[in-house]
Design a protein around this ligand. Structure first.
Ligand SMILES: C[S@@+](CC[C@H](N)C(=O)[O-])C[C@H]1O[C@@H](n2cnc3c(N)ncnc32)[C@H](O)[C@@H]1O
Length: 338
């Protein structure tokens, strides 16, 4: 089945989904007395993490989200409370909304996860995040099925859309690293019958991807390859390495390791493509990327990146000619050449 690009993009769905992380951001701020702390002393995420013993990655996601929602503002590198926060979100105010928000927090699973993320319990607790399975290289079939279907939902339209806005004409063989259901490899193969694509994944996900590839009618040009990207040797016969929503799962250091592995496996002139929701410089906008970072803080070991951060990382790994282009919905592709 050849997939046609829908006549409207899926931004409305992204907005609805990611709005799920707004109320928990607020209720966690109340539970941890963040506004009282920042009223007493405006601070950076790093400074507040140190002062209060919080997880710095959690705060680097949460404080921009609260700024997006206009409860904080960043001045001279330090977050401070806004007038809305002073009147409605400080416990000492007669107009405090805590009675409502604290009760609401009990019915929000994301409140507990975000609270544990920011207070550091989640990093130390039993490894239950999807990224913990990915890091181990073993994803059981049930989790693989659920997570792959989840990713496929938010990536399918972006995959087809990307092939309409990004120039893949130089690509002959594409390696889709951590390709999940294979939707991006499928989209590239459907757009150009000359291209051969491989989904490089963990074993249980490769089995699932085969089904999606068959359903799309491109099994003759898209295959799967079981390679643990952290432990196994990478194949070398590809001119393009494509990573969608992979770098946002990991720390800067782990991403640098992945970029170096990619650089080593590509031929000279080969391209690396990073498909991500980019944060603007300063990391406080746009809202979808800021909210996606909150989700990454809870479920992975990563965060969304700015173009500047990805450029620095790619240059450090040995790539050159770093460029970025908006592709479809909220997504962009950052490209670089070996
Ligand atoms: C956030 S999902 C992205 C899926 C897809 N690229 C997309 O954008 O929809 C991350 C993917 O990386 C894969 N992955 C994680 N660790 C991996 C590893 N060690 N080796 C290969 N793939 C891995 C996961 O199985 C998962 O499908």
């Amino acid at each position: 089945m050849t997939y046609q690009l829908p006549v409207v993009d899926d931004k409305a769905l992204w907005d609805t989904w990611l709005s799920l992380y707004q109320v928990p951001s607020l209720t966690v701020a109340l539970a941890l007395d963040l506004f009282e702390s920042l009223d007493a002393e405006p601070d950076s995420a790093e400074g507040l993490a140190q002062r209060r013993g919080f997880d710095v990655r959690g705060l680097r996601a949460l404080l921009p989200m609260l700024t997006q929602m206009q409860y904080l503002q960043l001045l001279d590198g330090r977050y401070q409370i806004t007038q809305t926060t002073r009147h409605y979100l400080l416990k000492s105010s007669p107009f405090y909304w805590g009675g409502l928000l604290n009760r609401l927090s009990q019915s929000l699973p994301a409140h507990k996860l975000l609270l544990e993320t920011v207070n550091g319990e989640r990093a130390n607790a039993a490894k239950t995040r999807p990224a913990d399975s990915w890091e181990s290289g073993h994803v059981d079939p049930e989790l693989a099925r659920a997570v792959t279907a989840y990713m496929h939902s938010h990536s399918m339209a972006a995959a087809i859309g990307m092939t309409r806005t990004f120039d893949f004409s130089k690509t002959k063989r594409l390696l889709d690293v951590g390709g999940g259901s294979g939707c991006f490899a499928i989209a590239v193969a459907q757009a150009d019958p000359e291209v051969r694509c491989t989904v490089m994944e963990l074993p249980t996900i490769c089995e699932l991807a085969k089904g999606y590839i068959a359903e799309a009618g491109v099994s003759d040009r898209v295959d799967t390859r079981t390679v643990d990207m952290f432990r196994a040797a990478w194949p070398t016969e590809y001119d393009t390495h494509f990573f969608s929503n992979i770098f946002h799962d990991w720390s800067f250091e782990t991403c640098l390791d992945l970029a170096r592995r990619s650089h080593a496996a590509l031929p000279t002139g080969g391209r690396i493509l990073l498909h991500e929701l980019l944060l603007d410089d300063g990391s406080l906008t746009p809202r979808p990327a800021v909210a996606f970072s909150v989700l990454m803080a809870m479920g992975t070991l990563g965060q969304q990146f700015t173009l500047g951060q990805l450029r620095e990382l790619l240059l450090e790994a040995g790539f050159h000619s770093v460029e970025a282009r908006q592709t479809y919905g909220y997504y962009s592709i950052v490209s670089a050449v070996k």
